[in-house]
Write a protein that binds this ligand. Structure first.
Ligand code: GAL
Length: 346
């Protein structure tokens, strides 16, 4: 090989190693590069926004919003910048290592023809989460189901006997008789599951114990962070303390995150402040929380998952995954250009 060729080859290698491609390829390494385009094992950008992860029998399943490829502005919502795209249903990706993700397909499909269907692509399907009910052997999905103008404010439920679909849609409701938009699920160690959702026009966060089959609200719920407009809830538990990470309420635009702690899921919750540290910590690194994942079989290993929305091209929204650090019971989430899962969690 000529000297020049060697020089250019070396340059290329350095460029690639430095993330010059601005893409996170599915490879055998364990690097997480927040905010870049994350490719699945087929080389396609992972399309699973507002998502959550289920760990089941040695495999992680990432469920999220499958966004359509044309973003438009919805002028029928004058009060805020309502950028929309076609609802593509709920996607699922599987992985054994949290870095290389295989597309499992659309596990809850959007309806293409019937405009009256809640799952029609012109409506809103957001923030799907799936938990497993061990006593019924059923995978239960809850998601934010809305009309094109976000006025319906409901929660939908779908079920399946396999994590990879097809999920059967059971319908939607306003849980506990109140609005439900941004939401998550949390399954506790005792098998009880909770639906956590922005209610009362996004002003107050409800925490609702589900029935034993996880298909309905049990009727036991609490109103939390009253009039504090918290959205994008993500819950985890460590050492018998519950943590709730959330965002403020500014549509697709980033704002400051906040976390709260409690001794019981139903509260009372104590606000602890912004957990983010470092560059752009005041705007959650330009992200918005969606989930906190406990890494399986690892002590004190939690990953905070954020969406980095691109409001004018929603399908190109990115993912910011960062490790959660603990000091006593307090948490901190520091910005990292890239980090190695295998080294951070040993
Ligand atoms: C955000 C919410 C997102 C999406 C968006 C629509 O506040 O967290 O899930 O609903 O508004 O603008």
């Amino acid at each position: 090989m000529k000297k020049n060729s060697i020089f250019y080859l070396s340059l290329c290698l350095i460029f690639t190693a430095c993330g010059g491609q601005k893409k996170q390829d599915a490879t055998t390494n364990s690097l997480i590069i927040p905010g870049t385009q994350w490719l699945d094992t087929n080389g396609n950008h992972i399309n699973a926004h507002g998502g959550g992860i289920l760990y089941h029998e040695g495999t992680y399943y990432w469920y999220g919003e499958y966004k359509g490829d044309s973003t438009y502005w919805n002028p029928k919502v004058p009060s805020w910048e309502c950028y929309r795209t076609e609802a593509g249903g709920v996607s699922c990706y599987s992985s054994g290592d949290l870095v290389n993700w295989t597309f499992e397909g659309l596990v809850l499909k959007a309806e293409q023809n019937d405009t009256t269907s809640e799952l029609h692509y012109s409506h809103v399907l957001e923030r799907p989460k799936v938990i497993y009910n061990a006593s019924t052997g059923t995978f239960v999905m809850w998601l934010h189901v809305d009309s094109h103008d976000y006025a319906k404010a409901a929660a939908g439920v779908a079920v399946c006997d396999s994590p990879t679909g097809d999920f059967q849609y059971l319908g939607s409701m306003r849980p506990n008789g109140q609005m439900s938009r941004d939401m998550t699920l949390f399954k506790d160690d005792d098998g009880r599951a909770y639906h956590i959702y922005s209610s009362e026009n996004n002003q107050t966060l409800y925490i609702s114990l589900l029935t034993d089959d996880y298909l309905q609200p049990s009727g036991i719920f609490t109103r939390n962070f009253v009039d504090q407009s918290r959205e994008a809830p993500a819950v985890f538990k460590r050492k018998n303390k519950y943590y709730l990470l959330s965002s403020g309420c500014t549509g697709w635009d980033p704002n400051q995150a906040e976390y709260a702690m409690a001794d019981s899921m139903l509260g009372a919750w104590t606000v602890m402040g912004n957990p983010c540290r470092g560059k752009d910590a005041g705007v959650t690194f330009y992200g918005q929380s969606t989930f906190v994942l406990p890494v399986a079989h690892q002590k004190d290993a939690y990953i905070a998952l954020f969406d980095k929305w691109n409001k004018t091209d929603l399908i190109d929204s990115r993912y910011i995954w960062l490790p959660v650090a603990f000091k006593g019971d307090s948490i901190a989430i520091g910005w990292k250009e890239k980090w190695d899962l295998a080294k951070v969690f040993q």
